[in-house]
Design a protein around this ligand. Sequence first.
Ligand SMILES: [Zn+2]
Ligand SMILES: [Zn+2]
Length: 199
Amino acid sequence: MVGDGEALAPEGLQATIGVVPMGDVGEVAVRIVAAHLQTVLGLAVDILERRPVSDRCYVPDRRQYDAAKLIAALKECSASWPYLKIVAVLSVDLGVPILRFVFGEAEMGGRCAVVSGYRLRRNEDGTDAGLEVYYERLAKVALHETAHTLSLFHCDDPRCLMHFAASTKHLDRIRLFFCARCAFLLKKTVQTLLESHGP
Ligand SMILES: [Zn+2]
Ligand SMILES: [Zn+2]
């Protein structure tokens, strides 16, 4: 969570989420993220042109990309795009200074989020999780991070999408739904957005 990007949103934007494939993330993964954002959040989604992952965000010591820097770069390049929220989907390892790795990162109540499938392909014991589990995990992370941009905080319900998951094992315990409280908060936020920005 790195501050508030609402001030950067351009004029005339619609309540649509722009999903940006970055680097060599698979096309199916991107479509699955887009479909879940559209269905679960009830907002229109456009898949945008593929972009490279910015070298400026690479941290050689950690062999990772800095998630906060990626968000800052995304904010900069997307400043004039007519989308309410921008969600980048990647397949590189993401980190932040205080955590060894993150599945994704978002601006709390802001505009941009990044999610990566890098840590989602395998189980904790190193075995392959299988494509179906991988896609479900990626959808959960994308919904979680996008909900942060819609001002939702973490939730105590261990099965809710807004519960903080530090591992794939935790992520697998979460269902593909928001709890009643989070769903209510989200619905209110999305309704307000649709009223002020049009469908
Ligand atoms: Zn979170
Ligand atoms: Zn919840």
